[in-house]
Design a binder for this molecule. Sequence first.
Ligand SMILES: *Cc1c(COP(=O)(O)O)cnc(C)c1O
Length: 454
Amino acid sequence: MTIPLAHFAPSAGGPALPQERRLVTAIPGPRSQELAARAAAAIAKPVTSTTMPVFAAAAGGGVLVDVDGNSFIDFGCGIAVTTVGNAAPAVVAAVQAQAASFTHTSFATTPYPGYIEVAERLAALTPGDFPKRSLLINSGAEAVENAVKIARRYTGRQAIVVFDHAFHGRTNLTMGMTAKSMPYKSGFGPFAPEIYRAPMSYPYRDGLDGPAAAARTISQIEAQVGGANVAAIVIEPIQGEGGFVVPAPGFLPALAAWCRDNGAVFVADEIQSGIARTGDMFACEHEGVVPDLVTVAKGLAGGLPLSGVTGRAEIMDAIHPGGLGGTYGGNPIACAAALAALDTIEREGLLERARQIGAILSERLTALRAADPRVGDVRGRGAMQAIELVKPGGIAPDPATTLAVADKARHEGLIVLNCGTYGNVLRLLPPLSISDALLHEGLDVLAGALAATR
Ligand SMILES: *Cc1c(COP(=O)(O)O)cnc(C)c1O
């Protein structure tokens, strides 16, 4: 049976969705259950959602409304994508206008201005006062793949250094770069060669300050890979799927300096942490780190698929003509959406808003930790924060409690995502369009779910 959904969809510029948490059926409701049955019959089991048991009908501001009319507070942002808000009015208008003009030409065959404008904006926004060039593609994994291609071609070297807990994607090369076996890699090998994993700075678990963690990591790279063989170090300035691990201060600058001294390319994978999420445009700015290449995706285009590699002109331009590209890369509708999203960040002061959200999150989460010995760590910056759940009295991960808390919160009307190598991290990624009232209410739901899972 087909479910008519049109009456849920807010029209652009039409009435905004009521900004409230509202449960009108059991979760999942009857329409979601019906869709789940159809999904089970039509969609490959491994891509079926194991997060929310409901199906989306509309989203905006700080809420997502399901097909039964339940309204959830959104702390997930479609995995850190709808940073400027879902169906953000400026993004919707830009997408509609571009789609009505032309939907695709392929930049390599017939270029168009939107691609150039996005590249100009990325050059201005990324750290570093030097000539830059950009490449636009479609997904995060594709951006990371291209950064590796570029670094190898530029340096004439092969080794790529990545880190414990890293997540860089699900294509063959990026699977090899990703740390966690289940569910990302298990059974999918063989993986690409010349990928070397080094220790990440993880203050909560290794107790090392930044310089000490960097010394350990660098000595391992020099001993096991050799400085002269390293094409690139690829690192998330704040790790995403791996557990929102924030390296100790000094770790990133030391690695960037090591790359400079050793002729290696320093690549910041800002796919999750970038585009205003942390209260800076890019998370690496917090410590004044200037990467050679930056990868962006998720928050870039307000929900449309677009990714990019931006970096030093001499590195990007070292590739032979035609050596980079792709049929859909830098799609004109996605570029229009990105320009509108970047305008929205500027016009609405969303960097400042991310910092305000960050202050509320860290105050409330720190209070949770003080009251509950299972909350071992609170970390992150801006609108990218997490709690790590452990067995009281130590730091042994507690993935079972983490899942139970997330499940409880979801059934109470809060979209919250888990992550972490040990599956024991709850990450909060609210849209920057959320109200303070909804943010607090979502945190109340999370606190209630923790209390109920004791
Ligand atoms: C999500 C993510 C990727 C992969 O992006 P996809 O669009 O899913 O391919 C790569 N790196 C980081 C840091 C990410 O968070």
